[in-house]
Design a protein around this ligand. Structure first.
Ligand code: KG4
Ligand code: ZN
Length: 338
């Protein structure tokens, strides 16, 4: 069965075709980074309008790449939340009307479920149960994943997400949007240890996080200072180390508390190289393994949505074909259940 996946929750339009037996056949992403750059962040109305422009050409592209016809599509999965309401509505309307016209089921998918299952698309996938660290622009969560649809929240951020902290700090340092990758790039030129930054909640004993104080600590350090390129690089490497230390400590604690030995890392921050190196080293010490999605599937894409949809169908998900749908800008993953 061929499942089409549509992602439009924020500033990437993603379309992909996943085949239940043959795997991922094609996927294409259009990033809106250039569109929003001048504003220093995502402008929701511009995002929605651009998704409208991109979806049909991206669909044509993946169909051609896979050498498949529309009549071969067996189901259409799309991100129904969480995300920007207007942006979600564009993808949802496109997916639902396409499914309706093809007389196939449409499947609303939780965006974080897509991220969380995306490492299963790699050639060396993890097996259930595992611990997942979800670190994106809007979420930082540790989950126990027992099966498709069975997600137990172990801990989460009490304020800013890790990606948000990267983005806000990058903005503070005058780096472009999106801040995370730019800050990480500058950090590679930095010398560690010059700036002392806190590791919020690292010894709290629970699996919650707090990152907003870190951004304030950077603000206090840079206020009234004229930072040169070297200073900024040094600050970036120490800021990145603070986030990485906390994410690693809590992820290892989650493995210890659950008694599990597989950690899956998903979401945009999972693309961070310093985080990957520290997680791999920390896990090796306790004989655990860390699994990542392919690098191109770390950030938002349609492949993870097509795959999550296919997994849901395989697990016997109920599907409607009545053309009635809604989107959920706020949506608790645990309530997305199976
Ligand atoms: O999962 P994602 O693509 O979109 C959301 O669903 O939020 O995550 C985007 C977040 C942004 O905050 C971005 O700055 C961060 O992931 N990010 C990174 C890196 N690449 C993306 N943060 C740190 N280092 C990176 N290399
Ligand atoms: Zn995402």
């Amino acid at each position: 069965m061929l499942v089409l996946g549509i992602e439009s929750s924020c500033d990437e339009t993603g379309v992909a075709l996943y085949h239940a037996e043959r795997g991922l056949l094609a996927h294409a992403v259009h990033s809106q980074v250039d569109l929003h750059e001048a504003y220093g962040g995502v402008v929701p109305e511009l995002a929605s309008r651009d998704h409208i422009r991109r979806l049909a050409p991206l669909l044509r592209k993946v169909m051609a790449e896979a050498g498949a016809g529309l009549d071969e599509i067996g189901a259409v999965a799309y991100t129904a939340g969480p995300g920007l309401a207007g942006a979600l509505l564009v993808g949802a309307s496109f997916a639902e009307s396409l499914a309706f016209s093809l007389r196939v089921p449409a499947l609303p998918v939780h965006h974080l479920e897509g991220h969380l299952l995306s490492p299963l698309l790699s050639t060396d996938p993890p097996h259930f149960p595992f611990v997942a660290l979800l670190a994106s622009g809007g979420h930082t969560q540790l989950m126990r994943v027992s099966a498709v649809g069975q997600y137990e929240l172990l801990g989460e951020t009490l304020d800013d997400a890790a990606g948000e902290a990267f983005d806000k700090t990058a903005k503070l340092l005058g780096l472009g949007y999106p801040g995370g990758p730019q800050l990480a790039r500058l950090a590679e030129a930095g010398r560690p240890g010059r700036y002392k930054l806190p590791r919020p909640m690292i010894y709290s004993g629970d699996l919650d996080f707090s990152f907003s104080g870190l951004k304030t600590a950077v603000l206090t350090l840079v206020r009234g200072q004229a930072l040169g390129e070297t200073d900024r690089a040094d600050l970036c490497v120490d800021f990145q180390a603070a986030i990485v230390d906390v994410l690693v400590a809590k992820s290892l604690l989650a493995l210890k508390q659950t008694g599990l030995q597989q950690l899956v890392v998903a979401g945009g921050v999972g693309a961070n190289r310093a985080l990957r190196a520290a997680l791999d080293a920390g896990a090796a010490k306790i004989r655990a393994r860390v699994f990542y999605p392919e690098l191109e599937l770390c950030t938002d894409n349609g492949a993870m949505i097509a795959f999550a949809g296919a997994m849901r169908l395989a697990a016997g998900a109920k599907t409607g074909r009545d053309g009635v749908f809604s989107v959920r800008p706020r949506w608790d993953l645990q309530l997305a259940g199976g």
